[in-house]
Design a protein around this ligand. Structure first.
Ligand SMILES: NC(=O)c1ccc[n+]([C@@H]2O[C@H](COP(=O)([O-])OP(=O)(O)OC[C@H]3O[C@@H](n4cnc5c(N)ncnc54)[C@H](O)[C@@H]3O)[C@@H](O)[C@H]2O)c1
Length: 320
């Protein structure tokens, strides 16, 4: 793969929740974006999303030359990928769908075009098995919702992905201001979703056992550990938890109690009763706030935190 062509034109395939958000970010970073989707009202809802999200990106700072006018929509896949330097694929999370689509893309695109999948949990080894010609240019670049605001992108290749593709993808997202992490092995759910799943399992267990209400378990998380997790990761926080003795002292002191708790962590079955309890509990927590109200509340605080973090040197993890 001829590897150093600058990436200035991106094709977005699938403009649902994640594709629309990626499109907005790429436009805000001054790229040309061509988007495609098969849903009948896709273009209108994409443009509506971009308009709604644009003020937040203006607040965070647009790249010179960035414009919503640089968004083109076409329902035709072959038309959409013409001239693309990178494709960000955000279609349905189904292996049969992705394999077939990657086979088509592999035929349509020159070999130096990177094909990046937003897939939350499928492996690239499986997806790229649909590519007859150049599977080495396919990579997972998994964002966190909403990708126009949340910096994390997890990068992981499949068995046939080249190091050059990993490098080009990492450089591309990093240059856009994203925080990339590289996974050295494929695991279902990648890393961040596995961390969420581990936590959700215990949250649902505690509610199911009647230890705590939904509202209180959410409060315990977001007004306690969650506040710190927005700044530093688990291991760095443990290092601080050990005081001047750092991680060495933390492990000395907490290995016993912590591993004893591991043995009693729950693994709940999501029975209809537990699902009902979670649903009733979250509605009680939400009160009269709509989904849009909640998303606006989340994004307002998130923007403040992102601005604060952008202005604060150090803190948190440094990438390798
Ligand atoms: N929702 C999340 O929180 C989240 C987070 C990170 C990654 N992802 C991943 O992103 C991908 C998309 O998820 P989503 O939540 O945006 O789903 P979504 O259902 O909101 O969007 C999928 C879009 O793909 C379109 N589509 C279907 N067939 C198509 C085709 N042949 N050509 C073009 N478009 C087509 C649909 O019309 C729809 O608009 C999935 O792989 C998912 O795992 C989702």
């Amino acid at each position: 793969m001829a590897g150093n062509k600058p990436i200035s034109q991106v094709t977005i395939i699938g403009t649902g929740v994640i594709g629309a958000s990626w499109a907005t970010l790429f436009l805000a970073k001054g790229l040309d974006v061509v988007a495609t989707d098969i849903a009948p009202n896709a273009e209108a809802s994409l443009r509506g999303f971009v308009d709604g999200a644009w003020p937040a990106l203006e607040r965070l700072g647009l790249t010179p030359g960035a414009s919503k006018l640089r968004l083109v929509f076409t329902a035709d896949l072959a038309e959409a990928v013409k001239g693309a330097h990178l494709v960000q694929e955000n279609g349905p999370e189904r292996i049969d769908f992705k394999k077939k689509l990657y086979g088509q893309l592999d035929e349509m695109l020159p070999p130096d075009v990177v094909i990046a999948s937003s897939s939350s949990g499928l492996t690239m080894s499986e997806i790229q098995s649909g590519c007859p010609f150049h599977p080495e240019r396919c990579v997972i670049a998994h964002p966190f919702n909403p990708p126009h605001l949340i910096p994390l992108v997890e990068i992981v290749g499949g068995a046939k992905t080249s190091e050059e593709t990993i490098r080009r993808a990492s450089e591309f997202y990093t240059a856009l201001g994203k925080r990339t992490v590289r996974l050295h092995k494929e695991v279902p759910g990648h890393v961040a979703n596995r961390l969420q799943a581990a936590l959700a399992r215990e949250v649902y267990h505690l509610v199911g056992e009647g230890v705590v209400s939904v509202a209180d378990v959410d409060t315990a998380l977001c007004w306690g550990p969650g506040l710190r997790w927005g700044i530093m990761g688990q291991v760095l926080l443990n290092h601080l938890g050990g005081g001047q003795g750092g991680m060495e002292h933390f492990l000395e002191q907490f290995t016993g109690p912590m591993t004893a708790w591991w043995k009693v962590l729950g693994s709940p079955e999501l029975t209809p009763e537990l699902q009902q309890k979670l649903i009733a509990g979250v509605h009680a927590e939400v009160g009269s706030r709509s989904i849009d109200d909640l998303a606006a509340e989340r994004d307002e605080v998130l923007l403040g935190l992102l601005e604060l973090r952008a202005n604060t040197a150090g803190g948190g993890a440094h990438s390798e």
